[in-house]
Design a protein. Structure first.
Length: 202
């Protein structure tokens, strides 16, 4: 089984999730991503095309990568595993000193779009959450949205994947990678082409 793995902000492509997935026997496609210099609409389109061309069957994302893993999942209707996901990147980038208003606004519009989260409500998305994460403070929202039954909560886990027993979690929840939607996605799925056209009209 081939999995697309998306690393976090300023992190390496060969991250803890990548090593854990390989240890579990998965074939991993893990691109290096420059989150600072690519608009979300273009990055979502590029990662979605990579998922398709590489014939992946699931997507995993850590931190900022979790945001884009969720997008890929909603575009392709595929299983997603989010590790300490960053779900408010517009706030993250603003705190990091980014002043490009169009860049921040594009993230905000996507985050507000219900279709962006569609696969969450269809039972395709699961999450690994470190309860001692000192970087992101939005995990309670993720837990409430997905339901505790769809999350693996690590009491002593921090933000880095290295603080989480990812290999053990992936082995325990191998069904996460083959999840099927429990509701119809076809007509309501996140439409990246329409959103890109909308952005171009702004």
């Amino acid at each position: 089984m081939k999995i697309l793995n998306l690393h976090g902000y300023h992190a390496a492509a060969e991250n803890s999730a990548c090593y854990a997935l390989k240890a579990c026997g998965y074939e991993v496609i893990s691109p290096q991503i420059d989150y600072d210099n690519e608009y979300p609409r273009d990055l979502i389109a590029r990662l979605t095309e990579l998922y398709k061309s590489a014939h992946c069957e699931a997507v995993v994302g850590s931190s900022m990568g979790g945001y884009f893993a969720q997008a890929v999942s909603s575009v392709k209707g595929c299983p997603a595993v989010l590790i300490n996901p960053c779900i408010t990147p517009h706030i993250f980038f603003a705190k990091a000193g980014v002043t490009d208003k169009k860049f921040l606004a594009e993230y905000l519009r996507y985050t507000r779009n219900f279709e962006f989260m569609k696969s969450c409500y269809a039972g395709l998305t699961h999450a690994v959450i470190g309860l001692n994460d000192d970087v992101l403070d939005t995990h309670n929202y993720i837990i409430a949205m997905l339901g505790k039954e769809n999350c693996e909560l690590v009491p002593d886990g921090g933000h880095p994947g290295s603080t989480l027993p990812l290999e053990a979690i992936f082995r325990m929840h191998e069904k996460w990678f083959t999840a099927k939607p429990d509701s119809e996605l076809n007509d309501d799925i996140f439409n990246i082409d329409e959103l890109r056209r909308s952005e171009e009209r702004r």
